[in-house]
Design a protein around this ligand. Structure first.
Ligand code: CO
Length: 339
């Protein structure tokens, strides 16, 4: 029995430096890096401190070192969602996407073949998003990371469905990441935007796709994953099914019961609790959960892969699937043969 390479499908990068975007575009509050000491920096948004980061964000060598420490063969890097720029002009977001997509490939190029990348696109403009996806796929990205909404447009929006169809046509894996969290005015303290807002956003993304009929319209060949275990989705699926059965207004454009769409998408394993992981695998299937860590950010899994390796109640084969086999299928890599 051979196992696929252990693959972390949810990790982020930040280049060490990039052009001054506020100056480039003539608009304020773009992200930039304030390097504080050797190997450390503060990610800034305008004049506000956003997050302390360290050199694993930009140094492929450091990443490889830490991957070896944690027993990770392969890592998929994607941008930090504050760089999506969906709320900006499409032209600026497209320029920003090209810039960071090329910088991501630069980091992967130093990763001994063990780093792969998901691009970002100007999702507020469907044509521009499709164009950048095609360019990035030709340049070497394996898929795309998108936010779970664009302003008030959820994932069942016509333009977003058109983009997802294009992802299927291009064979691009899609990681849906929460961003621009709801109830901002009530979650300003204690990082509640991360602990409460993000899981709710992700759930909203999945539910919109199901009830909006997106899965009914999109081809089964579309490979899609929701970050952070799908947020609040799995735990509240019974509530959604119950509502769907009892009130026709809940059903929207969906043809089938919400729980019948679980074969259409993956989730990552970033739930930080063995009972939650077991529950998630019971709901979604052991072939639908993939290692995802949020490395190297402060709220990511500290020893990447530890949860899957140590949680009770999984067979060796199930662990191998979650550590790598499912990711190989999601990414459509040749080594997807698993037992
Ligand atoms: Co993340």
């Amino acid at each position: 029995m051979s196992s696929s390479p252990v693959t972390d499908i949810h990790s982020h990068f930040l280049p060490k430096e990039w052009p001054d975007l506020a100056e480039r575009f003539g608009t304020p509050d773009w992200p930039w890096m304030r390097h504080t000491e050797a190997g450390k920096a503060m990610l800034m948004v305008g004049e506000k401190e956003f997050r302390p980061v360290y050199d694993a964000c930009w140094d492929a060598g450091r990443r490889i070192e830490e991957m070896d420490r944690d027993g990770i063969d392969r890592q998929v890097i994607s941008a930090t969602p504050i760089l999506f720029a969906y709320q900006r002009s499409a032209a600026h977001a497209a320029d920003c996407a090209r810039l960071f997509n090329d910088l991501a490939l630069g980091i992967c190029g130093k990763g001994q073949g063990r780093l792969l990348s998901l691009c970002q696109v100007p999702l507020q403009d469907t044509d521009a998003a499709c164009e950048e996806l095609s360019r990035a796929m030709r340049a070497g990205h394996v898929g795309v990371q998108i936010g779970n909404h664009v302003g008030d447009r959820n994932l069942d929006d016509e333009g977003l469905i058109t983009f997802l169809q294009h992802c299927a046509d291009e064979g691009a894996a899609v990681l849906v990441h929460p961003w621009d969290m709801l109830a901002r005015e009530r979650t300003t303290r204690y990082m509640m935007a991360w602990t409460v807002g993000m899981p709710a956003e992700t759930q909203l993304g999945v539910v919109s796709m199901i009830l909006g009929g997106a899965f009914d319209r999109l081809p089964e060949s579309l490979r899609l994953c929701f970050a952070h275990g799908g947020g609040s989705f799995a735990f509240l699926l019974g509530r959604l099914d119950n509502a769907w059965r009892r009130r026709d207004i809940v059903r929207g454009k969906s043809r089938n019961l919400p729980s019948s769409y679980l074969r259409r998408f993956y989730v990552d394993s970033a739930v930080f609790d063995p009972t939650a992981l077991r529950f998630l695998a019971d709901v979604m299937g052991e072939d639908r959960v993939m290692l995802g860590s949020d490395y190297p950010f402060p709220l990511g899994e500290e020893i990447v892969g530890e949860l899957i390796r140590t949680a009770a109640g999984f067979s060796d084969a199930a662990r191998a699937r979650m550590l790598g086999g499912n990711a190989a299928e999601f990414l459509n890599l040749a080594d997807s043969q698993v037992n």
